[in-house]
Design a protein around this ligand. Structure first.
Ligand code: UTP
Length: 335
């Protein structure tokens, strides 16, 4: 049995997901399927698996879709939804949750699936920031540390003095100092109109003599860009327990995930294909692709493609990246 935790988790999912357009024009990035469930499902499973009972989701313009998914998939979770009117930065997203958090807090980004045991972040006390050695630290928030204690944090440094990147999981034994620092950073940013970074609030805490420790994690699976999402899909499908899937008249080449209720007829599916609930694939060949819920694929050959929920793709052979409810039907010869 999992021990219940006093930690409140804050999961920011209000970002605009610009790198995953066109999907994110009409659909929240974190509800796109990867492996056998939406990105947010993997993250919520990790949190509940670590004993967390309360999660504050910081939502943006697609808040209702996120609430509908979470309340259906996790009916016993104490879920709170707070709205961040504009994506002003991760620090601002966490600050938006302040009235719903007391006591210990864990922050986990809504779009990064970590290869980490979240329990290590909530046991043993102290403040812990998840880190990993990376090749190019200039793209990340970076920490400098001495014997495991953080001395400096810098967001996307031009000349990094460390290769330890912040991976997107943070735990705080007491949330009050974090919100005090965020109050200061938010007030300062209001004057400068800059992005409100969580890294800056953590640096403010370090200056105020809070002790933040680094906690290394094995890795993370980025879902921020189409290629990264497909790579994460391949990785998660490799980890699924091997199950022989049979659809009469079709060939399924594992690893593949096909949600219950999806229709597969006269097709070759796999390897590395994830098919969402209610999707329909007929007379097609699909490999290395994610076909989201209720999408329709007919007479098509698809490779390395992302097909959004309820999108329709007919009579084509190409690599596609099509958003929710779009329809593409190609005439004869237009391949
Ligand atoms: P990212 O900056 O990686 O994601 O934020 P994004 O903004 O959604 O995507 P791009 O960069 O435009 O493609 C990391 C996490 O923090 C959340 C995002 O939703 C994501 O889960 N976030 C970010 C917020 O909730 N609010 C913000 O203001 C910024």
């Amino acid at each position: 049995m999992t021990m219940k935790s006093q930690f409140t988790a804050v999961v920011p999912v209000a970002g605009s997901g610009t790198r995953l357009r066109p999907h994110t024009h009409s659909f929240p990035k974190v509800l796109l399927t990867v492996g056998s469930k939406p990105i947010l499902g993997h993250i919520t499973d990790q949190l509940t698996g670590a004993g967390i009972r309360k999660i504050v989701f910081v939502v943006g313009q697609f808040g209702e879709k996120i609430q509908a998914y979470v309340s259906k998939a996790y009916p016993r979770l104490e879920a709170v939804y707070v709205r961040q009117e504009q994506p002003l930065g991760l620090g601002h997203a966490v600050w938006t949750a302040r009235e719903h958090v007391s006591g210990p807090m864990l922050v986990l980004l809504g779009d990064t699936i970590l290869d980490a045991d979240i329990k290590r972040f909530i046991i043993g006390g102290g403040n812990k920031i998840g880190v990993r050695v990376v090749d190019d630290p200039r793209r990340f928030g970076v920490v400098e540390q001495k014997r495991g204690i953080i001395t400096k944090l810098v967001e996307k440094p031009a000349h990094p003095r460390s290769n330890l990147a912040i991976v997107g999981v943070y735990s705080f034994q007491d949330s009050r100092p974090v919100f005090r620092s965020l109050d200061r950073i938010v007030a300062r940013a209001a004057a400068s109109h800059g992005e409100i970074q969580l890294t800056d609030a953590l640096m403010d805490m370090v200056r105020g003599c809070s002790i933040l420790k680094v906690l290394p994690v094995a890795g993370w699976y980025d879902c921020g860009k189409p290629d990264a999402l497909l790579a994460t899909n391949r990785h998660l499908l490799d980890k699924l327990p091997g199950k022989t899937l049979k659809f009469q008249g079709s060939l399924i080449i594992p690893p593949v995930y096909i949600a219950p209720g999806a229709k597969i007829e006269r097709s070759i599916i796999g390897p590395y294909v994830s098919v969402g609930a209610g999707a329909s694939i007929c007379s097609s060949v699909v490999r290395d692709s994610i076909i989201n819920e209720k999408a329709v694929i007919e007479n098509a050959i698809l490779d390395q493609s992302l097909v959004g929920p309820s999108a329709v793709f007919r009579d084509g052979m190409q690599r596609v990246n099509i958003g929710e409810s779009s329809e593409i039907s190609l005439e004869d010869g237009q391949l």
